[in-house]
Design a protein around this ligand. Structure first.
Ligand SMILES: O=C(O)[C@]1(O)C[C@H](CCCOc2ccccc2)[C@@H](O)[C@H](O)C1
Length: 145
């Protein structure tokens, strides 16, 4: 069975409580349940993790090395400046797909750059919560090659 880690960064624990215009009304728990069920239908075990702390997220990425077949990762605002998380993604031998609920290319200037995406195999943005499912599909297609 393929093992996938679903990882969400800072403030994503607040999904569904504010900013429905950008992030919809689903909670993080709703999104995690959706991805777990979608993965199970496709023979994948999905583990979920969320943290507001950069070092904790780095440690979780390191721990995924040798233990997961892929990572679906929404880095939140770390996307735009965390070279440390870029390096952690680059260091581990696990394919990572970066996902954003909103279309970061159509938002404020500071959100249009991802310093983490260059270390990822793909980036999904602007598809809402369905972007998590597309990101999982990319990993499972990659594994099938
Ligand atoms: O579009 C995305 O998924 C983002 O990664 C979400 C981040 C923000 C997550 C915060 O989400 C909240 C949701 C509800 C209430 C407060 C924050 C934002 O900083 C990125 O630029 C794009």
């Amino acid at each position: 069975m393929k093992k996938i880690l679903l990882m969400n960064g800072p403030n994503l624990n607040m999904l569904g409580q504010r900013d429905p215009k950008f992030y919809g009304t689903d909670t993080l728990a709703d999104i995690e349940a959706m991805v777990v069920a979608y993965g199970a239908e496709r023979g994948a075990q999905v583990d979920c993790f969320q943290s507001n702390h950069e070092g904790v997220l780095i440690d979780r990425l390191h721990a995924a090395h040798g233990n997961y077949d892929g990572i679906v990762y929404n880095p939140g605002a770390h996307t735009h400046y965390s070279y440390a998380l870029h390096d952690a993604v680059e260091t581990i031998d696990v394919p990572v797909v970066e996902i954003h609920i909103s279309d970061i290319s159509q938002r404020e200037e500071f959100r249009r750059t991802s310093v983490i995406a260059p270390a990822c195999i793909a980036q999904v943005k602007g598809l809402g919560k369905d972007g998590y499912l597309r990101a999982l599909d990319i990993l499972l297609e990659e594994e099938a090659k």
